[in-house]
Design a protein around this ligand. Structure first.
Ligand SMILES: NC(=O)c1ccc[n+]([C@@H]2O[C@H](COP(=O)([O-])OP(=O)(O)OC[C@H]3O[C@@H](n4cnc5c(N)ncnc54)[C@H](O)[C@@H]3O)[C@@H](O)[C@H]2O)c1
Length: 252
């Protein structure tokens, strides 16, 4: 049966989600039942979507439509409040990346998801690609040798127009709220998430303190942080968080 979905935030990246929902609608897998945005969708956006409810208020929209999934493609600092509203109305979530503006907000989100027993997918496209499991298999088989680090490169051009498209773009804080829209937290978040997936990260491990980390500390000139261990090899059975980053080979 087609899953009823509402989308919050449709005038930016949300457009691509509407396009995908049109496709899933044709396949009978999902049904767009409502749009929430501060700005009503224009004629072009509404074309081919059928009779869809619109509201500026996500809670009111969810109450009217009974949507089972809420897709949030709004500015970063609005993700957590909208996610809370969706969960309170018994909806599952698709949250655009980055899911929240800070780790503290992320923990709040995780607690709310647990309390409501809801599922949440974050919009990291690569995690839906078969390339990541294929690369992990190559790593596991040793086909590409000993993996000593994972890095990413991006060459997206962000012009002034990009940062002028919306008031929140490129801001660290706005109206007293964290936004944290930076290169690493937004576009490069795709790479961080992909790197973590390649490293085998699943559940967030407990924080690793400097004192419990056995990885060798390289000089500050090359590695500014004492330890940047990927969670892959962190022992979960140990009562004390233990870092087991593979030791770097002695330099010749
Ligand atoms: N996965 C990807 O590749 C990708 C690409 C681009 C953007 N994004 C993410 O999508 C999100 C939105 O980015 P964008 O560039 O589309 O932003 P945008 O500012 O261009 O569009 C945001 C939309 O949300 C609406 N909106 C703002 N506050 C709202 C609220 N409280 N309730 C309902 N609607 C509200 C705005 O009117 C607008 O239509 C961000 O989290 C961004 O990081 C993801």
């Amino acid at each position: 049966m087609a899953v009823p979905v509402v989308v919050a935030g449709v005038n930016g990246h949300g457009r691509s989600h509407l396009a995908e929902l049109r496709r899933l609608g044709e396949q009978g897998r999902a049904r767009l039942v409502g749009i929430c945005d501060l700005v009503p969708p224009d004629q072009e956006l509404s074309t081919g979507l059928g009779a869809v409810e619109y509201d500026r208020d996500l809670g009111a929209l969810l109450k009217r439509t009974g949507a089972e999934v809420t897709l949030v493609a709004t500015p970063i600092h609005t993700h957590l409040p909208l996610a809370r509203t969706a969960l309170e109305h018994g909806s599952h979530l698709f949250l655009e990346k980055p899911p929240t503006a800070s780790l503290a907000e992320f923990e709040e989100l995780r607690a709310a998801l647990r309390a409501h027993g809801a599922a949440c997918q974050v919009g990291f496209q690569s995690l839906g690609s078969s390339a990541v499991p294929a690369a992990r298999e190559l790593i596991a088989e040793g086909t590409i040798g000993d993996v000593r680090g994972i890095s990413g490169k991006g060459r997206w051009v962000r012009t002034t127009a990009y940062y002028k498209r919306s008031v929140w773009a490129g801001r660290r804080r706005m109206d007293g709220h964290d936004v944290v829209d930076g290169a690493l937290t937004n576009p490069f978040a795709h790479m961080v998430a992909t790197a973590l997936a390649l490293a085998g990260a699943g559940e967030l491990p407990p924080p690793i303190s400097r004192s419990s980390c056995s990885a060798p500390t390289r000089s500050r000139a090359t590695t500014p942080r004492a330890c940047a261990c990927a969670p892959r090899r962190v022992s979960r059975s140990a009562s004390r968080p233990r870092c087991a980053r593979p030791r770097t080979r002695p330099r010749s």
